[in-house]
Write a protein that binds this ligand. Structure first.
Ligand SMILES: [Fe+2]
Ligand SMILES: [Fe+2]
Length: 496
């Protein structure tokens, strides 16, 4: 081999190493952990606590079941996962970063065009740590929220999808913990321990964000959660994927590859529920989809109740974007830490010093659009991008309803509806955005949000189905199997 050939050979090998995951270490990774002794030691020290957390707070039951799961073996988006039966506690949670882009520059803010940082700049340390911890906290939270759903899965296919989402949220926790332990020294290690200590819904040490302390009591909630709340995650990851802190950017880019499946589970889950309801109504000759009692007697979930669940999960998820006008958001952007959704595809100066953005505000009791400095309105902008992304599901679901010949539509409620954070937190509004007083809200609340009766009805349908290829009465089978498996494939071997 000539020197030149040798160099190019080494380069190739290096490229392959970054793409492929090293499974020879206890902690699978593509960040060369075996040569990063200190971080490896810190992660190995954290590992037993993680396993304890998984056993205590991960899926209840099923820990000995064989689940047909995908595991990442590469970070090449064209082919990165392989499928096999795995017991969940044996899942290889790994640390996977998208390949480093050569000569990447910071794509926004005051440092626009400067080389991306490979280490944490001292002046941004606190902000970066806070953002990583907040993102990290949501990952185990959702596993905790979904902990009991396995017991009532409508099919083995759905059971498997739940567990896939759960193990990957576990991996996302690893992803954030790696960043904390590698780049934030002792504070980072302390934060990593705290991530295992907080618990969703716990009175004394809850998770950090509201929606991640809510219950996910049934499978319709699970589908709504993966559609709406995981989608907030998608938006946050997209803006962090723009970060000038390159390791964070690379981490988030790979997480987005996995996240797509979580939203698929939500979108198709709701589609299948809507589909089944429409088919059952049609077969029974029901003309009015608002005749809740008649529809429920068929053992399917009526569309008005689906709308109420949607109202709940969408409004809870909007709160995750924080205040519409926020100096924290402006600072993080200026600093080059957190960008906008698809920042590099936006055609402007990426500095926003003189730009404005329309923000919905409450002025003299009216919902009014006001131009604010674009920098402080970044949360609002991200929330708008989120709303647009959410609206795609409505189109799909409404198409199913229209095809079945029903004149009813699922709709996103107004941003002022049922809010606890931001401009509208102190007012009451209908899903159409009409401001109302407390008395009217109390009287009509159950028309817009799930009541305890609605919850009881849905709970009454949640009986597990564990036979291969069979689905509960209230949900249609999927159009295609996972990994192209046939309809009767045994996605979970419950007893082994
Ligand atoms: Fe996640
Ligand atoms: Fe997710």
């Amino acid at each position: 081999m000539t020197a030149e050939q040798d160099a190019s050979h080494n380069e190739q090998e290096h490229a392959v190493n970054i793409m492929n995951v090293d499974y020879s270490t206890k902690i699978p990774n593509n960040v060369n952990l075996s040569e990063d002794r200190q971080v490896l030691k810190a992660l190995e020290g954290w590992h037993p606590g993680y396993i304890d957390w998984w056993n205590d707070m991960g899926p209840d039951g099923f820990q000995q079941s064989l689940v047909y799961l995908r595991t990442a073996y590469s970070v090449d988006p064209r082919g990165w996962a392989k499928f096999d039966y795995v017991k969940m506690p044996d899942y290889r949670w790994g640390i996977l970063l998208a390949p480093q882009e050569e000569n990447r520059v910071i794509p926004f803010g005051e440092n626009f065009g400067q080389p991306a940082w490979q280490e944490v700049p001292g002046e941004h340390r606190a902000t970066l740590r806070r953002l990583i911890v907040i993102q990290g906290d949501t990952e185990p939270a959702s596993v905790e929220q979904q902990r009991y759903l396995g017991k009532t899965a409508p099919s083995l296919y759905d059971l498997r999808n739940l567990f896939q989402v759960n193990v990957e949220e576990g991996r996302h926790l690893w992803a954030m913990v790696y960043l904390l332990q590698k780049y934030f020294g002792r504070d980072g290690r302390e934060e990593a321990d705290e991530l295992l200590r907080r618990r969703s819904g716990d009175a004394d040490s809850p998770r950090m964000l509201g929606a991640f302390n809510e219950a996910t009591p049934d499978w319709l909630s699970f589908f709504m959660f993966t559609y709406f709340t995981d989608r907030d995650g998608k938006m946050q990851l997209h803006s962090l994927a723009q970060s000038g802190f390159d390791p964070l950017s690379r981490t988030c880019r790979f997480m987005l590859t996995e996240e797509a499946h979580h939203m698929f589970v939500g979108e198709t889950g709701i589609s299948r529920v809507v589909q089944r309801t429409c088919e059952a109504m049609k077969a029974a000759g029901i003309g009015d989809p608002n005749d809740v009692a008649k529809v429920r007697a068929l053992g399917v979930i009526d569309l008005p109740t689906i709308q109420k669940k949607l109202n709940l999960h969408y409004s809870l998820s909007l709160d995750l974007f924080g205040s519409e006008v926020s100096t924290n958001a402006a600072n993080a952007f200026n600093a080059g830490i957190k960008g906008r959704y698809k920042e590099t595809a936006i055609d402007d100066d990426h500095r926003l010093q003189n730009a404005t953005y329309p923000v919905l505000k409450l002025i003299d009791g009216k919902i009014t659009k006001v131009n604010e400095p674009a920098l402080t309105a970044l949360n609002m902008r991200l929330r708008d991008d989120y709303t647009q992304d959410c609206a795609k599901g409505m189109l799909r679901w409404n198409k199913i309803i229209a095809l079945a010949g029903y004149d009813i539509r699922l709709e996103l409620p107004n941003v002022a509806f049922h809010r606890q954070i931001g401009e509208f937190r102190d007012v009451r509004a209908t899903p159409d955005g009409v401001l109302i007083d407390d008395a009217t809200w109390n009287k009509r609340r159950n028309e817009w949000l799930p009541s305890s009766d609605d919850g009881d009805f849905i709970a009454s349908l949640m009986t597990p189905v564990t036979e291969t290829g069979v689905y509960a009465s209230w949900i249609s089978p999927p159009k295609v199997g996972i990994d192209n498996k046939p309809g009767d494939f045994e996605y979970v071997k419950i007893e082994t």
